[in-house]
Design a binder for this molecule. Structure first.
Ligand code: HEC
Ligand code: HEC
Length: 482
């Protein structure tokens, strides 16, 4: 196997530069095979501060956008007949030996699924870290797909997950909020343990996660709401399963590509039996997660009168109870830990970034932290049977409140992309949101349109990693962003 190190970086970064300078054509360059090379940036060089943040982010972009191939560990070894859904041995479609599509092995780069910055233009505005259309939905871990509808109920029985890719913009602010909320909840848990029999309310940043109590020598978590019983706030994944971007990335590498991170399988270990070891290094994952958490955040455009009225209705109807417009942090600094101790994110810190920097560009809140205008409470809610998944898990009806920042640009909506329009997305709310949904449905058409006009002021960033990747020429977005 031969690695072509320098041309990889040059081909990728060279391509970017040529776009930004308006150079004649990408195709005018000498074509080079693009092959991923792991561990070109060592964890030690990131931790020691030897590599600049820009250098780290560039490497992260490479990890995000260089196609993985069988030479570097794409895919798994022999099929695992005992568990065809496990990364580490899956069948492929029609013996094509590359893609399965229904259980991972569904793309070659992260970017393929996370690449639409806005779909309000024709053609789409493409860019790193954006959403995916329905074609990019992940279909995770089904063992039954009854397309023949043998139950004759109008839908194919399916016991996996069918999920639409969200964008990764502003994820640094989300991760910092979650870390601080986790710290608060752990402190409240410690308080409960010091005061046996006392019911302690679990409130952090204005979000109510129920109560906890220490009785008979053990913690009673039956009153905990919208967060796991370990009181770790996990904002990533539509179910809220991942505490930080890195944890998600580790799992995405294995699920989508069969690329095995050293930190998941061990150094020198060929866990998927494909003949390749050390497929993704610690440094690769650090660079990837630093790149993603420093992407620009979504912005708001200036509002029309209709949008201002709509914003009022967003509050008066009760949307803001879940879609909380902004949460604030105590610190502007996002720390990165490896390995991360989820219940104590202050341990094992190896790097940090200032979220007020040009990217991601969060605004200081005046009291030492930043404002994260995410339109979410980072809490899980029961959304009713209509939106429920069918995996058999207790969490089938539950989703973490979708962050509405950027929502103007990110159709299709809801976890599986079933809603083509914002009205549809709102009308499909059920469960805990049923009364608010009904109040929206009862509005006059024009009042509904005002609420939608407000949502249309919530835009994705124009150039999410603009210093690495310039805005696309097709981007015709107008309006003052703030
Ligand atoms: C086949 C399409 C696909 C590919 C390829 C893909 N993703 Fe995703 N990504 C998704 C979907 C779908 C979700 C939503 C997952 C969920 O809700 O559990 C997601 C969610 C995420 C999230 C959480 C975002 C949030 O706000 O909750 C991160 C981070 C992420 N992906 C990173 C990556 C990285 C890094 C790679 C490459 C290693 C990658 N993804 C490859 C489809 C994809
Ligand atoms: C009980 C909490 C709750 C309330 C109240 C609520 N929502 Fe939601 N909202 C959610 C959750 C959870 C999701 C994600 C559901 C899914 O993905 O299937 C969501 C999704 C959305 C989406 C789709 C976002 C996307 O990117 O896919 C929109 C738009 C939205 N809500 C708008 C509203 C509006 C407007 C109101 C008020 C009329 C409202 N919501 C009230 C919890 C709530």
């Amino acid at each position: 196997m031969s690695f072509i190190v320098v041309p990889v970086a040059r081909a990728l970064l060279g391509a970017v530069v040529s776009v930004s300078l308006g150079a004649p054509s990408l195709f005018g360059q000498q074509a080079q095979p693009l092959e991923f090379k792991s561990d070109t940036l060592k964890q030690g060089d990131i931790a020691s501060g030897q590599t600049s943040l820009l250098g780290i982010r560039k490497r992260g972009m490479e990890v995000f956008a260089t196609p993985f191939t069988k030479n570097v560990g794409y895919g798994d070894g022999p099929v695992n007949a005992a568990d065809p859904t496990s990364p580490g041995g899956r069948p492929t479609l029609q013996n094509n030996s590359k893609f399965l599509r229904v259980n991972g092995l569904d793309a070659q780069t992260c970017m393929e699924c996370h690449s639409i910055v806005s779909n309000l233009t024709v053609p789409f505005t493409f860019g790193l870290g954006g959403v995916g259309g329905s074609n990019a939905n992940a279909m995770a871990k089904p063992t039954t797909i009854d397309v023949a509808d043998t139950q004759h109920n109008g839908f194919a029985a399916f016991n996996g997950r069918f999920i639409n890719p969200p964008f990764l913009f502003g994820s640094g602010g989300v991760e910092l909020l979650a870390k601080e909320m986790t710290e608060d909840l752990q402190t409240l848990k410690a308080r409960a343990m010091r005061q046996p029999g006392v019911t302690v309310p679990l409130v952090t940043k204005g979000v109510n996660f129920g109560t906890i109590q220490f009785v008979g020598g053990s913690l009673d978590t039956s009153g905990v709401r919208g967060v796991d019983p370990d009181l770790v706030v996990r904002p990533f994944g539509r179910k809220g399963q991942f505490a930080n971007v890195r944890a998600f990335d580790v799992s995405a590498m294995q699920f989508h590509f069969g690329m095995q991170p050293v930190e998941a399988v061990g150094f020198g270990v060929d866990a998927d039996g494909d003949g390749v070891v050390n497929e993704i290094s610690e440094g690769d994952l650090s660079a990837l997660s630093i790149f993603l958490t420093t992407m620009d955040r979504p912005r708001r455009t200036t509002e029309s009168t209709a949008a201002t009225n709509g914003e009022g209705r967003f509050h008066s109807l009760g949307c803001a109870a879940c879609h909380m417009p902004a949460l604030e942090t105590r610190s502007p600094i996002l720390t990165y830990s490896f390995p991360e101790v989820e219940t104590d994110p202050t341990q094992n810190v190896y790097y940090s970034t200032d979220l007020r920097a040009a990217r991601p560009g969060f605004q200081a809140n005046g009291v030492g932290g930043i404002e994260v205008p995410l339109f979410s409470d980072l809490k899980r809610h029961d959304m009713g049977s209509g939106l429920a998944e069918s995996t058999g898990s207790d969490l089938d009806r539950y989703f973490i409140t979708a962050r509405l920042w950027g929502v103007a640009d990110t159709a299709p909506y809801l976890h599986d992309g079933r809603a083509h329009t914002l009205e549809e997305a709102i009308l499909l709310h059920g469960g805990e949101a049923q009364p608010v949904r009904d109040a929206f449905a009862a509005l006059t058409d024009s009042a509904q349109q005002e609420l939608v006009a407000f949502l249309m002021t919530l835009r994705t960033p124009v150039a999410p990693a603009g210093d690495l990747m310039p805005p696309q020429p097709g981007d015709r977005r107008l309006g003052q962003l703030r």
